[in-house]
Design a binder for this molecule. Structure first.
Ligand code: NAP
Length: 280
């Protein structure tokens, strides 16, 4: 009788660079808990090779990918079908290979909202919110933030035109004002979100002094399991105590990806704790 070989399900994350991604550990932890035979790989793709490489991995049996910098817009073009939230964001960070179709989705927004609202118990309703940055991640989080009916949302970015484009695109969902990073209104914000590359890239402090206050909550989309991120360190130096980094968002967006691919909703608190304690 022929030997039955159980092939693991093949998934991964594509980006450039991608080698420090925690997604393999997170998906592997979810799979172990769900008794699923899964292999999830970090795959570094050269910037011009996205389409040929992803097509090749698809032929090799990969069933889907998370997509990270710098490919979220390329992945949006690559997918021939898109979820509503991917269309609203105009970017894709999750690809699912179906029989004849490539389905694109964006789970950054849901990851952010679940971490902030469920894990951190922070309600956005009637809050004054400031987002620093206007890149791909911001396109994913603006709509779910506005859905929660904050008092208002201000977006500040080095390149004002990018903030302008986001404000134009999303203004039908809620009130958005914009400015350059050095012209942020001197007023109180309940929540200040860092979605710039500050922390990822070694760049000098790009934020005005008046931004930091004891009373605001600071959320850095960037994370570093070894230490406090540079943005949260700045906030801490100014006396702020309500500090959140992007690890929870990462795990929550991975959980949503896992649910879409395997129809199993994984528990996340255990995985967040284990990552923080370096147990996985
Ligand atoms: P992105 O599209 O490359 O956007 C980068 C942003 O940083 C832009 O607003 C850019 O401004 C700004 N920036 C870069 N260098 C700067 C400088 N020297 N001075 C001032 N502003 C500068 O990146 P992204 O995908 O939006 O990611 C942003 C951050 O979110 C990263 O830290 C990423 O790791 C994090 N993220 C985390 C998660 C998670 O699950 N935790 C998910 C997605 C993203 P310009 O427009 O002027 O270039």
């Amino acid at each position: 009788m022929a030997e039955i070989i159980e092939n693991p399900l093949l998934f991964g994350v594509v980006g450039h660079p991608v080698k420090h991604s925690l997604s393999p550990q997170i998906h592997q932890a979810f799979a172990t808990k769900a008794h699923l035979l899964l292999q999830y790989h970090s795959i570094d793709i050269e910037p011009n090779d996205f389409t040929t490489s992803v097509e090749m991995y698809k032929r090799q049996g990969y069933r889907g990918f998370n997509v990270t910098v710098p490919f979220k817009e390329t992945a949006y073009q690559f997918a021939n079908k898109k979820s509503e939230r991917a269309k609203i964001a105009g970017s894709v960070n999750l690809l699912s290979f179906q029989q004849n179709d490539v389905m694109g989705d964006n789970v950054d927004g849901i990851g952010f909202i679940r971490d902030l609202m469920s894990n951190q118990k922070f309600s956005l309703k009637d809050k004054r919110i400031l987002i620093l940055g206007a890149g791909g991640a911001v396109r994913g989080i603006v709509f779910p933030i506005l859905e929660q009916k904050p008092a208002y949302l201000h977006i500040a970015n080095r390149t004002i035109e990018k903030a302008q484009r986001i404000a134009e695109k999303f203004k039908k969902y809620g009130s958005i004002s914009i400015s350059n990073l050095n012209q942020i209104p001197k007023q109180h914000f309940d929540l200040i979100i860092n979605a710039t590359s500050f922390g990822v890239a070694s760049i000098d402090n790009i934020f005005p002094e008046h931004l930091f206050s004891k009373e605001s909550c600071f959320y850095d989309l960037f994370y570093n399991i070894e230490t406090t991120t540079p943005f949260l360190t700045l906030a801490k130096q100014h006396g702020a105590t309500h500090l959140i980094d992007g690890l929870g968002m990462l795990v929550e967006q991975a959980a949503e990806s896992f649910f879409i691919w395997h129809h199993i909703r994984p528990e996340t608190d255990n995985v967040i704790r284990k990552l923080k304690n370096k147990e996985i």
